[in-house]
Design a protein around this ligand. Structure first.
Ligand code: ZN
Length: 266
């Protein structure tokens, strides 16, 4: 039975990944996300058969059907990564109740939004409001639904309030860094990203996500300084690390926290 749900999660993730490709390509260039997809090289309109996740790319050998121009493997990679994240989410969270399904759904929303944040920040060094707002609305809605399901109503100690507290706690440090440095160390996009990550992770898991992000960022920066001979001043896409940290914290946060407390001797 599990294999059916696992495969369904993977296929669902690949379709979402295919949609994310459109979002990632068009939103930073201020193009509409509706409208027919076309080959960026020859401009020929693409049919549904040309856009099947994985299959079209593999069957056509990574080339456009019409002009035989090369298609960037990143489309394939984004579909595959999203599909894998959705499947891993299913495998780790394995929902058995309505409330647990909401948790999985929240992870899927987080995965989709953060894949978009990750790639766009990596490529353009910006974090788009439209992406952040979409993610935040979903997160607020899911937090509220979880409260209603698990506390049978609104509760001050519930997920909705926890999300808001974490949103404030998550964006405040970035806001201060942004304010002190006049936007030199950190972009205002990161401040707004902190709000979304808080809504997704809740209190106090928001700091588990940040902790993982800082460790990752630290190692990767160190690696760049040592191996790529980049100076410490090379700007790093901070949103990229935060996205990865949040995904890991959403999946393994409670386990990592337990492990860390045990490590400290609690
Ligand atoms: Zn073409």
């Amino acid at each position: 039975m599990n294999i059916i749900f696992l495969s369904a999660s993977f296929i669902f993730g690949s379709l979402i990944g295919s949609f994310l490709n459109v979002v990632i390509l068009r939103l930073p260039r201020e193009q509409k996300i509706t409208g027919r997809s076309m080959c960026p090289r020859c401009g020929h309109g693409l049919s549904a058969w040309d856009m099947l996740p994985f299959f079209s790319y593999l069957l056509l050998g990574g080339r456009c059907r019409y002009c035989r121009g090369k298609i960037s493997p990143r489309y394939f990679a984004i579909e595959l990564i999203t599909a894998l994240l959705f499947a891993v989410g299913w495998q780790v969270l394995m929902p058995v109740s309505a409330a647990a399904w909401l948790l999985l759904f929240k992870f899927w929303v987080a995965a989709a939004v953060l894949v978009a944040v990750f790639v766009i920040d990596w490529e353009h060094f910006i974090i788009l409001d439209s992406v952040l707002i979409t993610g935040s609305v979903f997160a607020l809605f899911i937090n509220l639904l979880r409260d209603i399901l698990q506390h049978s109503g609104f509760a001050w100690h519930g997920y909705f309030v926890s999300g808001l507290v974490a949103a404030a706690a998550g964006s405040l440090p970035f806001f201060l860094l942004w304010l002190i440095s006049h936007g030199e160390w950190i972009g205002f996009g990161d401040v707004k990203l902190g709000l979304l990550l808080g809504l997704l992770l809740g209190w106090p898991q928001i700091y588990a996500g940040y902790f993982i992000a800082f460790i990752l960022g630290g190692f990767i920066s160190l690696g760049l300084v040592i191996f790529a001979h980049k100076g410490l001043k090379t700007r790093l896409p901070f949103g990229t690390f935060l996205s990865v940290g949040t995904i890991i914290a959403l999946l393994f946060g409670p386990r990592l926290l337990a492990w860390y407390l045990a490590f400290l001797g609690f």
